[in-house]
Design a protein around this ligand. Structure first.
Ligand code: SF4
Length: 469
C-alpha cells in the first residue's frame, strides 16, 4: 500500500554501468525488411552477428528473408582483399537474384573497429550498379536493439525527395500511397468531397516503422480530426518514400527515434511535434491532441473515445490494479509502457532504459509525471544504462509482482517465484493506437493469469537453495 503523495515530486534519473542484456541493433533488419517490401538488407559483419540473427529471428529465417550476411574473412580484416571489389561482387549477386529497389548496408562492430569506410564506398558502387545503397551503422558498440531502426530511418530521411524532384503525376500519387489507399475503390466525387473535410494545415509526415494495419488505423484516427497524413517514413516500398520539404511538420510514433527526429529537423528543416507516444489510450489521446493543438484544431470526441477503451479493458485492469511492475530495460519503449501501466493502476518500481533522450521524450516524461501525480503513485526511478546484476539485487528486495525483462533473466526469475514478461514481445506486438490497448494488456496480464491458475500446485519456487547472486 502506498500513500498518496500530497506534494508533486520530480522524476529521479540515475545512470549505471551499462552492463545489461539487450538485442543487438542489427535485429532491426527482421522487421524492416518485412515493412519495406522492395528492400534488401546486407549486414556486413562476422559470424557472431550471423549467429545472433539466425537465432533471434527464429522461424523467419526459413522464409527466404531479404537479408544476408556479408561475412568478413581474415583477409578482409587485414586489408589483403579490396573492400570495394568484395562488396561489388556481393551486391551484383543481390541485384541479379532479387532485384531490390534499395540495398541497405548495416555496419557492425567489426566494420567500426577496422574503420571500413562504408559511407565512402556506397555512392560509387551505387552509381556503378544502379541501385540506391543506404548505409546505417547499427552496431552493438553504439546502440541498443530498437535504436537500429533509428539509424536506418535517419539514413533514409536523407533519401526522401523534395517536391521539386517529384514532377510526374504518377510519381506524386505513388509517394502519397496512404491517401491512395484510403480512397481505394471509391468514386472520384466521393474522394473529392472527402478531401474538403480536411482542415487546411501544413503537410504532416509521420515517422516510425509500424505494421500496415496500424498505419491505416492511425491515419484514420487523424482523419477523424480533419488532419491529413501526407506520408510515412518508412513507406511500404522504398520507391514510395514521402516527399519532405522545408517547413513540413513531422511527428514520431515510437520513443526510440531521436536520431531520425534530429535528422529531419536539422537536415530537412522540418518542424518536430514533440508529443507523448500513441501507446495506450491515454498516450494516443495526448498524441492526437498535441498534433491538433499545433495545427490550431479543436479535437473532437477524444475524451469519450478514451473512456470507451478504458471501459472495454476493465476485465484486464482488475487483474493488475494495485500490483507492482519493474522494468529492467532493453528496448526504449519503457517510459511509454510505464506511463500506460501507471494509468492502469499499477505501481512502477523502477524503469530501466538503455538510452534516455530527455529532449525527444520530454512530452512523454511530463505525461508520466502527471499520470503518477494524478494516480497518487510514487514517481519511479529511471535508470539509464542499467546494470542487470545490481537490478537483480533490487528485485530480490522489492519482490515486484511483475518484472518486464529479457529472456536471459526470465526463466531464472520465474524459478524463484517472480512473474516475468519477456520484453521483446512488446516490440513485435501491435501496441499503438486506441484499439491495441487490449493487446498490451493481454501481454502484461498473461504471466499473472497463468501463475494465478497454477498457484494451487505449490510449485512457485523451483530453486532448492536460494543461490546468492
Ligand atoms: S554486437 Fe556487434 S558483433 Fe555482436 S552481433 Fe551486434 S554488430 Fe555483430
Amino acid at each position: 500500500m502506498t500513500l498518496a503523495q500530497t506534494q508533486p515530486q520530480a522524476l529521479e534519473f540515475d545512470c549505471d554501468t551499462g552492463n545489461y542484456h539487450t538485442f543487438c541493433p542489427i535485429s532491426c533488419v527482421a522487421w524492416l525488411y518485412q515493412k519495406i517490401e522492395d528492400s534488401f538488407f546486407l549486414v556486413i559483419g562476422t559470424k557472431t552477428c550471423g549467429y545472433f540473427l539466425q537465432n533471434a529471428m527464429g522461424v523467419m529465417i526459413f522464409a527466404e528473408p531479404r537479408y544476408a550476411m556479408a561475412e568478413l574473412e581474415e583477409a578482409d580484416i587485414s586489408a589483403q582483399l579490396n573492400d570495394y571489389e568484395e562488396l561489388k561482387r556481393l551486391c551484383e549477386g543481390i541485384k541479379r537474384d532479387r532485384n531490390p529497389s534499395v540495398i541497405v548496408w548495416i555496419g557492425t562492430c567489426t566494420t567500426e573497429i577496422i574503420k571500413m569506410d562504408l559511407e565512402g564506398l556506397a555512392p560509387k558502387l551505387e552509381q556503378e550498379i544502379g541501385i540506391p545503397i543506404v548505409v546505417a551503422r547499427a552496431n552493438g558498440l553504439d546502440y541498443a536493439f530498437t535504436q537500429g531502426e533509428d539509424t536506418v530511418l535517419a539514413a533514409m530521411a536523407h533519401r526522401c525527395p523534395t517536391a521539386d524532384q517529384v514532377t510526374s503525376a504518377e510519381e506524386k500519387a505513388e509517394r502519397n500511397s496512404i491517401q491512395k489507399l484510403l480512397s481505394f475503390g471509391r468514386k472520384k466525387e466521393d474522394v473529392a468531397a472527402e478531401e474538403s473535410e480536411y482542415h487546411d494545415h501544413p503537410p504532416l509526415v509521420l515517422f516510425g516503422s509500424v505494421p500496415d494495419p496500424i498505419v491505416t488505423q492511425i491515419t484514420l484516427e487523424l482523419k477523424k480530426q480533419g488532419i491529413r497524413v501526407d506520408g510515412w517514413l518508412p513507406a511500404k516500398r522504398y520507391t514510395e518514400l514521402p516527399v519532405i520539404d522545408e517547413g513540413y511538420y513531422v511527428a514520431g510514433i515510437n520513443p526510440f527515434l531521436s536520431r531520425t527526429a534530429t535528422t529531419l529537423m536539422r537536415r530537412r528543416k522540418c518542424k518536430l511535434i514533440g508529443a507523448p507516444f500513441p501507446i495506450g489510450p491515454d498516450g494516443t489521446r495526448a498524441w492526437v491532441e498535441k498534433i491538433c493543438s499545433v495545427f490550431g484544431i479543436e479535437p473532437q470526441g477524444l475524451e469519450e473515445r478514451e473512456a470507451k477503451i478504458w471501459e472495454s479493458v476493465e476485465d484486464y485492469l482488475e487483474i493488475i490494479r494495485g500490483k507492482s511492475v519493474y522494468f529492467m530495460g532493453d528496448n526504449l519503449l519503457e517510459i511509454s509502457l510505464a506511463r500506460f501501466l501507471t494509468r492502469c493502476g499499477m505501481t512502477v518500481q523502477e524503469i530501466g532504459i538503455p538510452y534516455m533522450d530527455k529532449r525527444y521524450q520530454a512530452a512523454e516524461l511530463a505525461l508520466l509525471e502527471k499520470t503518477c501525480n494524478e494516480m497518487g503513485a510514487p514517481l519511479p526511478k529511471i535508470t539509464e544504462k542499467p546494470d542487470n546484476y545490481n537490478q537483480l539485487q533490487r528485485i530480490q528486495e522489492l519482490c515486484p509482482d511483475l518484472v518486464i525483462t529479457g529472456m536471459a533473466h526470465a526463466n531464472p526469475l520465474e524459478a524463484r517465484g517472480i512473474s516475468t514478461k519477456w520484453s521483446v514481445e512488446f516490440t513485435f506486438a501491435q501496441i499503438h493506437g486506441f484499439t491495441n490497448a487490449r493487446d498490451i494488456l493481454e501481454l502484461v496480464t498473461r504471466p499473472l493469469r497463468r501463475n494465478d491458475s497454477l498457484k494451487d500446485l505449490g510449485w512457485e519456487k523451483l530453486v532448492k537453495e536460494e543461490a546468492k547472486v
